[in-house]
Design a protein around this ligand. Structure first.
Ligand SMILES: Cc1cc2nc3c(=O)[nH]c(=O)nc-3n(C[C@H](O)[C@H](O)[C@H](O)COP(=O)(O)OP(=O)(O)OC[C@H]3O[C@@H](n4cnc5c(N)ncnc54)[C@H](O)[C@@H]3O)c2cc1C
Length: 390
């Protein structure tokens, strides 16, 4: 390891490894630091992605695909279910242990240095308060490493952004508290994602059954933190398991938070760039953050490498504009829609499901369901219109 790099990336999740890869590809010297012993473990994720999302970065490979998905099933509060083809025709449930590992390997192949068991605990700052390096505990030894730009890919509990003076607090209303188990020894429809809605199973969120092949699945639930204070996500999950899968063998249990908010307004400050969950780049409706984090990582890395090449670090702020026009504006719309449908009653959900059932399978798209939801709750139109009028 050298004492100085162009770019230091903190965190080797999908956002960080992608940032490291693209920065190295552009010719920057890159150090990727990961606090855990192993890249890709522990996994805190339902692991579902779309084919088109993932294929823009990496050729889909059976070694990190646990299941291929073609359908989604919505299960309403009164247990009516409606199945529809997924928008992009194919999706995957990943094996993230292997997927994340593969992304870090690609970053290394492109020239980034990857170091695990490397916990970043502070920034080194110059007299203007700008980050010019990091302080890290690497294999139990304190080290200081210099750089021109720090990319903060340190996940939902990000601290690097805060050290740079960025407010990364996610409002409690937008934070989903999640619990998930990976179960085995049962039968699942291996090509279908099941999504359960309703105040009894998952208030303010949804419960998912994402099959990993025929006999395993990730079963998890997300509820708003406000709801979780009254009853935890784990209790909702246990109740669901007892009722629906009492004989499941549970292989792993995890808990974690998902920032289902608008993307952070400030993504760049004092030579620090936020990517992935650290910058709230998660889709606020689905809670999916793997692909959007990778997009953030790629855009930040390209801007950082160019700024360094041009010796103009003021250019770093271009990343905010690029992320906004590629994805951020859409997430803002989704966040407003989410807030508008937040109060939707179980009865409305039920009637929506029944009316979607009237549509032939090929016409059951999310857009068609959304149109029906607008019809049921016209105030949503106003909420969405506000976003476009801003
Ligand atoms: C229960 C649950 C289910 C989910 N399901 C899905 C899903 O089905 N599909 C989907 O797309 N998304 C899902 N998500 C969201 C998804 O997991 C995240 O959006 C995604 O992992 C974000 O990637 P990231 O690289 O930003 O952060 P992370 O994957 O969290 O990676 C951050 C990395 O930074 C490291 N790190 C943190 N601090 C430091 C430090 N100080 N020094 C060094 N390293 C550090 C961490 O160890 C970690 O490896 C789910 C999340 C949860 C909690």
């Amino acid at each position: 390891m050298k004492s100085e790099y162009d770019i230091i990336v903190v965190g080797a999740g999908p956002a960080g490894s992608t940032a490291a890869r693209y920065a190295a590809q552009k010719g920057a010297s890159v150090l990727l630091l990961e606090k855990d012993r192993d890249v890709g473990y522990p996994v805190r994720c339902g692991e579902a992605v779309s084919h088109e999302g993932v294929a823009q970065f990496i050729e889909p490979d059976p070694k990190w695909i646990a299941g291929t998905i073609t359908k989604m099933k919505f299960i309403s509060p009164s247990n009516t279910s409606v199945t529809m083809p997924i928008d992009s025709n194919i999706g995957y449930v990943l094996e993230r242990r292997i997927f994340d590992y593969e992304l870090a390997k690609i970053a290394a192949t492109n020239g980034a240095e990857v170091v695990t068991k490397a916990y970043v605990y502070d920034l080194i700052k110059n007299e203007n308060g700008e980050a010019v390096g990091v302080k890290a505990l690497i294999k139990d030894e304190k080290v200081e490493i210099k750089c021109k730009v720090v990319i903060a890919a340190d996940g939902v509990e990000s601290r690097v952004g805060k050290w740079a003076g960025i407010d990364t607090t996610c409002h409690i209303r937008d934070m989903e508290s999640c619990a998930q188990v990976t179960v085995s020894g049962l039968n699942f429809e291996e090509d279908t994602l099941d999504l359960y809605f309703g105040k009894k199973v998952s208030p303010g969120g949804y419960l998912w059954v994402f099959p990993k092949g025929k006999t395993s699945a990730n079963i998890g639930v997300g509820v708003t933190v406000e709801e979780a204070k009254k009853k935890s996500a784990i209790l909702y999950l246990n109740e669901f398991l007892e009722k629906n899968y009492p004989n499941a063998s549970i292989l792993t249990r995890i808990a974690g938070g998902v920032p289902c908010a608008k993307p952070n307004k400030v993504l760049v400050k004092n030579r620090v760039m936020l990517v992935g969950d650290a910058g709230h780049q998660v889709n606020p409706i689905s809670g999916g953050g793997i692909i959007s984090g990778m997009i953030g990582g790629m855009l930040a890395a390209e801007v950082a490498a160019d700024s360094i090449k041009n010796q103009n670090l003021k250019q770093l702020s271009e990343y905010e504009t690029k992320f906004h026009s590629r994805l951020g504006w859409r997430h803002e719309v989704f966040a407003s829609i989410k807030n508008a449908i937040w109060g939707i009653s179980d009865e409305t959900f039920d009637s929506l499901t029944l009316s979607t059932l009237e549509l032939p399978m090929e016409k059951r798209t999310l857009a068609a369901i959304f149109r029906k939801a607008l019809w049921n709750k016209p105030s949503m139109v106003l909420e969405v219109a506000k976003v476009f009028l801003k």
